[in-house]
Ligand binder design. Structure first.
Ligand SMILES: *Cc1c(COP(=O)(O)O)cnc(C)c1O
Length: 224
């Protein structure tokens, strides 16, 4: 197959469908978000033309510029990166889903936004505190805070599998936390898990939202 953006998007869609059937799941229950950080808005426009409906960004400055250049393109924007509380309002202007909610100060800031937002609580699966994501032991308290906030809809949990470890085992930990969360919030059953290197494992563990970058966009410019 030709190695174009549209061909890579189509190949990933086929892999997602195959992995869903393999896991006995319906492909429609899985949303693929294409993470386009470091790539220009022209690439995002091309993705939309190829049928992509969901895009993800992890840096506000970059995302706000790209969104402004793409106001005419019908897309749902997801924020997946570490988010400073003082940027919450600005991010909510163009994003309707925030995957990286990990502390109460950020929830307080998002509560000030006059817009309904879907949120995922991000779990830090590493032992490194600065990594982004809440400590597993703090998730239920944060969930209670989100549940008490009128404009926020708690969708579930998000995590990034640590590099070099076994992603299946890490995803199993998140699945166990999700079961605990659902005792408190039965609707918060979504799982934002799976990137270019591990989305098949994520689908087998029940991922509902995949955040896939390089497998579709190709290598990121100006990044390591
Ligand atoms: C960049 C990024 C992704 C996508 O990573 P790839 O390995 O390129 O698929 C997913 N999630 C988050 C939070 C990211 O920052």
């Amino acid at each position: 197959m030709e190695d174009t953006l549209a061909a890579r998007w189509s190949a990933v869609q086929q892999q997602v469908t195959a992995a869903a059937f393999e896991a006995g799941r319906a492909p429609e229950d899985i949303t693929t978000i294409v993470v386009t950080k470091f790539h220009p808005s022209s690439l995002v426009r091309e993705l939309a033309q190829a049928g992509v409906q969901h895009v993800g960004e992890n840096r506000h400055q970059e995302a706000v510029t790209k969104h402004a250049e793409l106001e005419d393109v019908p897309l749902t924007w997801h924020f997946v990166g570490q988010l400073q509380s003082n940027k919450a309002k600005a991010v909510a202007h163009y994003c309707s889903v925030i995957h990286s909610v990990d502390r109460s100060s950020l929830i307080q800031s998002l509560a000030q936004v006059e817009k309904k937002l879907d949120v995922f609580l991000e779990v830090n699966l590493t032992d490194i505190p600065g990594r982004g994501g809440a400590e597993p032991g703090d998730i239920l308290t944060l969930a209670e805070t989100v549940l008490g906030t009128e404009n926020l809809v708690l969708r579930g949990l998000m995590a990034v599998a640590p590099v070099g470890a076994d992603p299946g085992r890490d995803f199993d930990r998140v699945v166990a936390m999700s079961a605990e969360l659902r005792e408190l919030a039965p609707e918060a059953r979504d799982l934002s898990l799976g990137m270019s290197g591990d989305f098949v494992e994520a689908i087998s563990r029940g991922a509902t939202h995949l955040r896939i970058g390089s497998a579709i966009t190709g290598k990121r410019p100006n990044s390591t």
